[in-house]
Design a protein around this ligand. Structure first.
Ligand code: KE4
Length: 426
């Protein structure tokens, strides 16, 4: 395998971009090797600038549910381009998008498009605060909701203290309204609501965590969150930036049968273009400007090209009644192969077409158990696969994504490489 050009471009990139990248995880810092600079992607294949053709399980961190550069999506995008790239004015396609979101995710009665998951979450939190007139937000350790200041936090020293910043540049004041509980730990949530019974505007949760690696909600956990937020007058926000249209057409809320008050979306709804969305109960969303006092805006929100890509993607997902079954069955082949080859040396969490292989005995049910994984071992596994042209997440704490373009042969080839890894690395 040759990555000479990638190495050269990486050295050049570091001169003018932080870490040579536009998003940290792409730097491969977590796995201790130079990143591959990508030239193109098609279906389940991704091609770097040295001509290496790899089977792609990053899928752009989720958007690529159909596979990269789906011809039907490309056609919609190319057609939209002929009418102009942006107008800064309302378009019919944005109305169709909002109606599509409501049709597929009934809890999203009213929604607004933005340009990233971060923007969607930041806006949903502002709406929750504006609607409830409360300041505190409860999040979970290990869940990632984008990089808005109030969410770049980690648990404070004592359980009931407020959070502390988890990034330079975030003033302590910005994190004092953020409370941090432990995922799947109902007691930690109850304790915070008892401590702040009238101050919590919302609980925000990844209904399936995918940013500490994939961690599933324990039986009844999401229902517990639905009940306790209702009891205390707080809103429940499902951050479905990853799970939305990934776990089911109606997302995790359809999969688990739990209705949040607000939902944030991203990734798949843009079909690969920059789109995020937040929405939910009409009475809450009517607080958003210009209907109400909660301000939020965006020059490229609802961009005509991005909505063309998003709508085309959602229409395909809506029309193909078998896609989610296909996605899960392919992912289960991978899961079974890994569990067989690793024989108890790893813990595999999988749901739908999301999966993570934790280099720890497991079970992995929260941040503590996820971070007990051997990240050195993961890096060794990552590099072994990369060398065999299998492109997985360059971090133990991310997910594997399977797309509708992953062929049975490519899944089988991947299983063989993974089996070889565990055979050759005791
Ligand atoms: P973006 O601002 O990156 O579009 O979305 C932020 C976000 C919000 N909520 C959830 C549940 C998310 O997973 C994300 C972003 N996901 C990461 C992957 N773990 C994006 C990859 C990256 O940061 O480069």
């Amino acid at each position: 395998m040759n990555d000479k050009r990638s190495q050269e471009i990486y050295e050049r990139a570091k001169k003018t971009l932080p870490g040579g990248v536009n998003s940290p995880v792409r730097s491969f810092r977590n796995v201790g090797c130079a990143p591959r600079f990508i030239e193109k992607a098609k279906g389940d294949r991704i091609y770097d600038i040295d001509g290496n053709e790899m089977i792609d399980y990053v899928c752009s961190w989720g958007p690529g549910i159909l596979g990269a550069a789906d011809d039907r999506v490309l056609e919609a995008v190319k057609k939209a381009c002929d009418d102009g790239l942006t107008y800064g004015a309302p378009t019919l396609r944005e109305v169709e998008m909002a109606e599509m979101l409501k049709d597929l995710v009934p809890s999203i009665e009213v929604s607004r498009l933005v340009s990233s998951g971060t923007e969607a979450v930041m806006s949903a939190i502002r709406v929750a605060r504006g609607y409830t007139k409360r300041d505190k937000i409860l999040k979970f350790e290990g869940c990632y909701h984008g990089h808005s200041d109030g969410l770049l936090v980690k648990a404070g020293s004592a359980a009931l203290t407020t959070a502390v910043p988890d990034s330079a540049g975030v003033p302590a004041d910005y994190s004092k309204h953020t409370l941090v509980a432990a995922y799947n730990d109902e007691g930690s949530v109850e304790a915070l609501f008892k401590e702040y019974p009238n101050d919590i505007a919302a609980v925000i949760v990844e209904p399936v965590a995918a940013n500490m690696g994939v961690v599933l909600p324990g039986d009844g956990f999401l229902q517990f969150l639905r009940d306790i937020t209702t009891k205390y007058g707080a809103l429940l926000i499902f951050d479905e930036v990853i799970t939305g249209f990934r776990l089911a057409l109606g997302g995790a809320q359809e999969y688990f049968g739990i209705t949040p008050d607000l939902t944030t979306l991203g990734k798949i709804i843009g079909g690969g273009m920059p789109v995020g969305a937040y929405g939910g109960r009409e009475d809450i969303m009517r607080c958003v400007s210009p209907d109400g006092p909660v301000y939020q805006a965006g020059t490229l929100s609802g961009n005509p090209i991005a909505t063309a890509a998003g709508l085309a993607t959602l229409k395909i997902l809506k029309e193909d009644k078998q896609i989610y079954k296909r996605l899960e069955s392919r992912t289960l082949v991978l899961k079974d192969a890994v569990e067989k080859a690793a024989a108890g040396r790893v813990s595999v969490n999988q749901i739908g077409s999301l999966m993570s292989i934790f280099f720890t005995k497991g079970p992995v049910v929260d941040y503590k158990s996820a971070t007990s994984s051997d990240t050195e071992k993961y890096a060794e596994y990552f590099k072994y696969l990369l060398d065999k042209n299998i492109y997985v997440a360059p971090s133990q704490f991310e997910a594997m994504f399977v797309s509708d373009s992953h062929t049975d042969d490519d899944i089988k080839a991947t299983c063989n490489v993974i089996a070889d890894y565990f055979r050759d690395h005791r």
